[in-house]
Design a protein. Structure first.
Ligand SMILES: NC(=O)c1ccc[n+]([C@@H]2O[C@H](COP(=O)([O-])OP(=O)(O)OC[C@H]3O[C@@H](n4cnc5c(N)ncnc54)[C@H](O)[C@@H]3O)[C@@H](O)[C@H]2O)c1
Ligand SMILES: O=C(O)C1=N[C@H](C(=O)O)CCC1
Length: 285
């Protein structure tokens, strides 16, 4: 009997979808990727690779699953790495079929975030802008550094630099925005924090209550974030960088496995979860 978790990948022909298909099909011996069978490789009906074997598209031997816009019936869990405009129908399918869902797509609108919160009343969702262990650990470190420097003499200026490949469609990265959200909370200021995206012209002096964001697009960079904590006389730079996309793919597979490990032997209860929950780093865990 085959006891593996039946996985569908949404955005399967994309850069990330291919790596999820590859790792889940055993391309490399990655612990988080063991125990899955890819049963669905969903992509846009007009994708040029539509109809081709998803394993071959991902650079492997055939896995007998075509890239297709049609969802198969036997799916148990879904991983989405697609586009904001493609996400809504994926969420609708998962809600209608009661399927646990991992969402990695970034650049979502406020309306979409509200729809996700609504969907999480019906199904369990892990939603995170970065599935990487190193990034999520760095977020915790950034919170800690921000709190520790809150009252430092002379103040601290916090700026977020992110670098990604030239093909990336959204800026700044979802990860940079999440770093900024967590840092703003940890700044714990009376005044609201201003999120400043780039600077140009006669900007005047930098204010205390701002976080700067700078998005760099270069070559094939799979993702790098540097958080600069600049003080008078010294600075800290927290740098976290991917060498390739497998940190995200294996993190998404770990999240899918975690969703399937509820207390009663079935999936986790409906709710909105993130990678801190998956990695055991949430407050109080
Ligand atoms: N959370 C993370 O850890 C993480 C890591 C990497 C990338 N991402 C995000 O994942 C997303 C995908 O990144 P990518 O580099 O793989 O992009 P990509 O453009 O290579 O892949 C997106 C895929 O979605 C497909 N798609 C488009 N419309 C569709 C539809 N209607 N139904 C199904 N599929 C459809 C595209 O054809 C494409 O194959 C981006 O938003 C990116 O920011 C998140
Ligand atoms: O390649 C991308 O696109 C990535 N996007 C995520 C983001 O926007 O934070 C994470 C890293 C890779």
């Amino acid at each position: 009997m085959n006891n593996t978790i039946k996985l569908a990948v949404h955005g399967a022909a994309g850069r990330m979808g291919q790596r999820v298909v590859a790792l889940a099909s055993g391309a490399d011996s990655v612990d988080d990727a063991s125990g899955f069978t890819v049963v669905g490789a969903i992509d846009h009906a007009e994708h040029p690779k539509s109809g081709q074997d998803a394993g071959v598209v991902a650079g492997l031997s055939p896995i007998e699953v075509p890239i297709s816009a049609q969802w198969p019936d036997d799916v148990q869990v879904v991983i989405d790495f697609s586009l904001p405009e493609a996400l809504d129908s994926c969420v609708e399918h998962c809600v209608a079929n009661n399927l646990p869902l991992v969402i990695a797509t970034t650049g979502l609108s406020d309306g979409q975030k509200e729809s996700l919160a609504e969907a999480a009343r019906t199904i369990p969702i892990v939603w995170a802008p970065s599935m990487s262990l190193a990034v999520n650990l760095s977020m915790k470190m950034a919170e800690r550094i921000t709190s520790a420097l809150r009252d430092v003499a002379g103040g601290v200026d916090i700026e977020i630099l992110e670098r990604h490949h030239r093909f990336k469609a959204d800026a700044p990265s979802g990860t940079a925005l999440k770093f900024g959200e967590l840092i703003a909370d940890a700044m714990d200021t009376e005044q609201p924090v201003a999120h400043v995206h780039g600077r140009e012209g006669h900007t005047g002096q930098r204010t205390r209550n701002e976080i700067g964001y700078h998005a760099i697009r270069v070559g094939d960079n799979p993702g790098e974030h540097t958080i600069v904590f600049g003080m008078l006389g010294e600075k800290i730079e927290l740098n976290v960088a991917a060498s390739n996309r497998d940190c995200y793919a294996s993190g998404a597979l770990a999240a899918a496995k975690w969703l399937m490990q509820g207390e009663a032997g079935g999936p986790k209860p409906a709710g909105m979860y993130n990678m801190f929950d998956v990695l055991g780093m949430a407050d109080g865990q």
